[in-house]
Design a protein around this ligand. Structure first.
Ligand code: ADP
Length: 401
């Protein structure tokens, strides 16, 4: 029996999401998450997808990531999918920041872990939790390959002209200040799946990917290679997001500090956690914003329009960057589900070759699909993202190479 299972772990500061996949047929064996780790009200939701097992929910305090992963291991074992199984080939870890050092999936050893740790200053909100997940998984199955897959990796192909800020070169170099980009596994997966939807090889098509989840980013992908993306040094740059501002004049920060007396940490929290849709209208869930806007709520309407305006600017910018665009593709929670956002974002872009089939756009479906009119020069598509499958695919390819 060849080991063909991959456990994918996505460790956040207070949560762990996991999926166990069998790469022999790319099927999912179990999925789940642990949330509110470290609180009294922790919760584990586990769903086996084979063997007729039922979805289970456990509540009660889970002290730390170690306890969380041991609880996950116990649930998997109860379904006959234990981590001690000889069928488990590797554990794949989503790691947010790979800096310039990590441009491909990497088997984790002590040296690699130390390098990931050295990148914490670039991703203080994310890398520490990813590291904890790696340490715990190594303590459970140190004999298995543990592989890091970096959110930044797909964007490492950006030309310097897109990756650099126009800063003093020595200062930028000294502090590693450049544009890295994030959501890379999603942009990689979705751009490839879009080529497949068009019946083409990735090398043949130029695609603008709009990953619109709670965090949101756009990327320009030329022939399968990323040439620009909207997130930068951190995931704060670019589109309007659930709670992040996206692009703003950097002088806003000086102004808030000098005139408003806010500290750097306060401004950091303001821009990352209290801005974006939430800051504009008090809600960060697009469903709620669409409902409120439909009832004539002015601030929800403004939030929607600001979100769409920024999106349109990026579609225009990346059309210019790519020169020829074959497809614009929407993905993630908002992109896959919010027909109103897709319609508004594409509205008025006929000169760029974009025209929606409004009936097709209104259809709800979990399948990749085209929503442009038959005669539009540029295809518009909805392609559900699958970051776990992409991570597992990259991990399995590495460990079986
Ligand atoms: P994350 O970035 O956390 O992975 P997701 O990709 O799951 O996020 O996207 C979550 C967001 O998707 C929600 O906050 C919500 O705004 C949006 N969303 C989900 N379903 C719908 C829907 N039916 N209509 C509009 N927006 C939706």
């Amino acid at each position: 029996m060849t080991a063909s299972r991959v456990l994918v772990l996505n460790s956040g500061s207070s949560s762990v999401k996991y999926q166990l996949l069998d790469m022999a047929d790319r099927s999912r064996l179990a999925v789940g998450l642990v949330e509110r780790i470290g609180e009294e009200t922790s919760r584990l939701v586990h769903e086996p997808l084979i063997g007729g097992g039922e979805k289970r929910e456990l509540s009660g305090p889970i002290a730390d990531h170690g306890a969380a992963l041991r609880a996950v291991a116990a649930e998997l074992a109860a379904d006959g999918l234990g981590l001690d199984s000889p069928e488990l080939a590797a554990v794949g870890h989503r790691v947010v920041h790979g800096g310039t050092r990590f441009t491909r999936p990497t088997v984790i050893d002590d040296e690699v872990l130390a390098e990931i740790r050295s990148l914490v200053p670039l991703a203080p909100l994310h890398n520490p939790a990813n590291i904890t997940g790696i340490e715990v998984a190594r303590s459970l199955r140190g004999d298995l390959p543990q592989v890091a897959v970096f959110d930044t990796a797909f964007h490492s192909t950006m030309p310097e002209s897109a990756a650099r800020y126009a800063l003093d070169a020595a200062t930028a170099e000294k502090y590693a200040v450049r544009r890295y980009g994030f959501h890379g596994t999603s942009h990689a997966y979705v751009s490839r799946a879009t080529a497949a939807l068009l019946g083409k090889a990735p090398e043949e098509v130029n695609v603008i990917v709009l990953h619109l989840g709670n965090g949101a980013s756009a990327s320009a992908v030329r022939g399968g290679v990323c040439v620009d993306t909207s997130m930068g040094l951190t995931p704060l740059e670019g589109l309007v997001m659930g709670t992040r501002s996206g692009d703003l004049d950097p002088a806003v920060i000086f102004h808030l500090a000098r005139v408003g007396g806010l500290s750097i940490d306060e401004i950091d929290a303001l821009l990352n956690k209290k801005s974006g849709l939430l800051g504009l209208c008090g809600d960060n869930d697009m469903r709620e914003i669409l409902r409120r806007a439909g009832e004539g709520d002015a601030s929800a309407r403004l939030a929607f329009e600001t979100y769409v305006h920024r999106l349109k600017k990026y579609i225009g910018a990346y059309s210019a960057v790519l020169g020829r665009v074959d497809a614009v593709v929407f993905t993630a929670g908002v992109g896959e589900n919010a027909a109103a956002v897709r319609e508004a974002a594409v509205d008025g872009l006929a000169e760029l070759g974009l025209a929606l089939d409004l009936e097709a756009n209104a259809v709800r479906s979990p399948e990749p699909r085209l929503i442009s009119t038959e005669y539009a020069r540029v295809a518009v598509a909805v392609v559900p993202t699958d970051e776990e499958l992409e991570i597992a695919t990259q991990v399995y390819a590495l460990v079986t190479a």
